[in-house]
Design a protein. Sequence first.
Lengths: 108, 185
Amino acid sequence: MAASKPRVRLPEQAQAGEIIEIKALITHVMETGNRKDSEGKPIPRNIIHTFTAHYDDVLFFKAELGSGISANPYLSFFLKVPGPGELRVTWLDDDGGETIERYPLNVL
Amino acid sequence: MFEKITRSAVTTRNREALPLARRTVLSGAAALLLAAVGNRSAHAQSGPAHPAAAAALDPLPRLPTPQFNAAFAKVVGDGTPIEGQMTLDLPEDAENGNIVPYRIAVESPMTEADHVMRLHLFSTQNPQAAVATFHFTPLSGKAAVSGRMRLAKTQEVVAVALTSANTLLIARTSVNVGIGGCGTE
């Protein structure tokens, strides 16, 4: 789905109980379905409709996105760190594309 | 074209003195608009001293789309959303409606008993009213999210949050859009 690897930023380390900010950016056209091509035919919608974030397999943030979200969707959200673990983020698009990325979090 | 005229009328309102020669150059439509704007500010001056009450006299630039009304009603139902516990930040002026940054933050303890469960972001003028729905859990720590949205034209953006204690919260922000996003025109 994505032409390039998504960029996810989270702190290098955190303390248990700390609330950390996570930023996630992915390359995607986010075609609205409202536009027409040069021959006047409608261009089918192709957007990332769902983004999820799990920490150690527990869902803590989910975004259902519509065509009103800009191309190359960027999201910033938060996690209250329960302890050492792994962040898993997933993007799903209309073409059935799925991008999954995992990031370990160092907890002091 | 109409947009442009509106804008120039608003700009001239902000300037103190307007040379008479320039005013006569304005087209009939623009002059009418100018008159309307003049009336509105006169209204605000003669109206109640409270700024919020004066602002309430200002009509919205455009009525929300039927799609927004339907989507909003579906979320809010017959509940009464409370203002003040949520902030919805967008730029006052957005040159490019394709990329408009938004930031939403809800004041919430984010405990098991009382946390924000869902947060809806609506556009009142886009072809699709439901821009995004965000889901949180106590593990989120904070009910806050930011990103970038498309705005087809100048409009009000609305956020509605639902807490686990069944409270509805609302925040609204108006954005002046230069070049519209959404690729409809």
